[in-house]
Ligand binder design. Structure first.
Ligand SMILES: Cc1cc2nc3c(=O)[nH]c(=O)nc-3n(C[C@H](O)[C@H](O)[C@H](O)COP(=O)(O)OP(=O)(O)OC[C@H]3O[C@@H](n4cnc5c(N)ncnc54)[C@H](O)[C@@H]3O)c2cc1C
Length: 197
């Protein structure tokens, strides 16, 4: 459906022997190490999703200002203006969520829960915003004359890779019910005040 700028292929490892000196952690720690790698990847995907949603919003806004129906630019119709307002709110809130998680990472704090939330929030926002961008373009949005149809296709994979959004909900709910999980209001404040974990 998309992601044509990045080559995707299956990699197979048959009978591969890796010297012990190449081991990157203690024996038996492979899965936790691999899963920790996903946390940073989820932040990256979340940031890409914010950029994608912002791009869709920018294009939709520009189109809504110049396309006229019923004697005025479609941005002047409240039905379209409110759609744009919801898109702006979704992009802004997704960006704030991603930055809050990234600040925790930069501060050396645990951020697995926040990375999953950022990935979930930003990619769901990107799917909604890019779909709405196609709507703002009307029939033109469904053609390949404008980039918004591609934005919509690209948004879809972000809900799937680096752990599907169902898996993000699994991660978040496990953190939520686990005893000792940090309160969510520490997300921003904690980046400054919490001790190094
Ligand atoms: C374009 C593209 C690029 C990719 N790049 C990479 C890459 O670089 N590296 C890499 O390792 N992988 C990559 N992937 C693979 C991607 O990470 C997986 O497709 C994704 O993790 C989902 O796994 P799956 O396809 O096996 O789906 P499945 O695990 O079969 O899931 C199918 C459906 O069931 C749901 N589901 C599964 N288990 C649960 C559960 N416990 N609770 C609730 N719902 C559940 C899923 O959310 C999904 O909706 C890529 C995929 C695509 C499409």
């Amino acid at each position: 459906m998309g992601l044509t700028g990045s080559a995707t292929a299956t990699v197979r490892f048959d009978d591969v022997r890796v010297p012990e000196g190449r081991r990157i952690g203690e024996e038996g720690q492979g899965l936790p190490i691999a899963l920790a790698g996903l946390d940073a990847g989820r932040l990256g995907i979340a940031a890409v999703a914010v950029g994608l949603a912002q791009g869709a919003l920018d294009d939709a806004l520009a189109y809504a200002k110049q396309r006229e129906t019923f004697g005025q630019p479609i941005a002047g119709h409240q039905g379209v203006a409110f759609l744009l307002a919801d898109m702006e709110a979704a992009v802004d809130s997704a960006r704030a969520t991603v930055l809050a998680a990234a600040r925790r990472k930069d501060a050396g704090l645990p951020y697995a829960r926040q990375a999953s939330i950022a990935k979930l929030v930003a990619t769901e926002a990107a799917m909604r915003v890019t779909t709405d961008a196609v709507q703002v373009f009307g029939g033109a949005g469904y053609t390949r004359d404008f980039p918004v149809e591609r934005y919509m296709r690209e948004a879809k994979v972000m809900q799937i890779f680096e752990g599907t959004n169902q898996i993000q909900r699994l991660v978040i709910s496990r953190h939520l019910v686990r005893a000792g999980a940090e309160p969510s209001h520490h997300v921003l404040r904690g980046a400054i005040e919490e001790p190094q974990a």
